[in-house]
Design a binder for this molecule. Structure first.
Ligand code: SAM
Length: 256
């Protein structure tokens, strides 16, 4: 069995020997691979929808791993009990849904040491949740697969979360010419990702700017005062994004 690069990136972030819960597991590919390769000792594959739940059950049975992987039907963290797992992965959903799942299931997080989260959109919402809930942002990955760009955020339970997060999100100056980054901008770009400024990071934000510019253009014809103000706000935001990108190193090739 071979995982996609996205799921493989997530798998590599699971500490060996963990008990895993993969929420929104779909075909249970990640837990199956993680058990087969000795990364985790056991896993729970949580699914809210019957179709993916059936697919996950079939996958686990075909792999002969029913003694190691439990497939459970449930909304978010309702599929697990507090203290059952050390690591939770939630991947392939919007950031707002990931935040809802974590917020509604907060009491199930007791004993969980690591959250590995891969929002398809709304990464800033997930960073903000981790920060506000006192999880240390341990790492950020960005990758390009099948024409899409994904970010993987790892949050750890840590005694030094507050002090380390304070440093990570403190207003800082980077790049050449130097540009100041506020806490809000660090939440948006990702404090690790903006420092690395990888080619994929540039590609992501060039794409985002193009999207926002299309939206701004579509607002051009409106005479409505509200729409005019919104467009001006969006244009200021686009300029601030461009300013940051222009100051980050970009000598590395965009595609490698
Ligand atoms: N995690 C896999 C991955 O990254 O490849 C599958 C991602 S798939 C796009 C999203 C899955 O999340 C779907 O199978 C969907 O049924 C499930 N899902 C959506 N909301 C959920 C919730 N509240 N609780 C559990 N699963 C959920």
């Amino acid at each position: 069995m071979k995982l996609s690069e996205r799921l493989n990136t997530i798998c590599k972030l699971i500490p060996p020997g963990s008990r895993l819960a993969d929420i929104g597991s779909d075909h249970a590919l990640l837990p199956t691979y993680a058990v087969q390769n000795g990364v985790v000792v056991s896993a729970i594959a949580g699914e809210v929808n019957q179709g993916p739940f059936d697919a996950a059950t079939k996958q686990v049975a075909e792999a002969g791993l029913q003694n190691k992987i439990e497939v459970r039907l449930g909304d978010g963290l309702a599929a697990i009990q507090a203290g059952e797992v050390d690591v939770i992965t939630i991947a392939g959903m919007g950031g707002a849904l990931i935040v809802r799942i974590l917020t509604e299931g907060r009491e199930k997080l007791i004993g969980v040491q690591r959250l590995i989260l891969q929002p398809n959109v709304g990464e800033d919402l997930v960073r903000r949740w981790l920060l506000e809930e006192g999880w240390l942002l341990r790492s950020e990955q960005i990758l390009h697969e099948d024409g899409k760009i994904y970010e993987v955020l790892t949050g750890d339970r840590s005694k030094v979360a507050e002090s380390e997060n304070a440093k990570l999100y403190a207003e800082t100056t980077i790049g050449e010419p130097p540009v100041k980054l506020s806490r809000e901008q660090l939440l948006q770009f990702g404090p690790f990702l903006v420092q690395q400024a990888s080619p994929v990071f540039h590609e992501k934000w060039i794409g985002e700017i193009a999207k926002f510019e299309r939206v701004a253009r579509s607002m051009e014809r409106s005479e409505n005062e509200d729409a005019k103000e919104k467009r001006a706000e969006l244009e200021r935001y686009i300029e601030s994004l461009k300013e940051v990108l222009a100051c980050l190193p970009k000598d590395k090739p965009l595609f490698n």
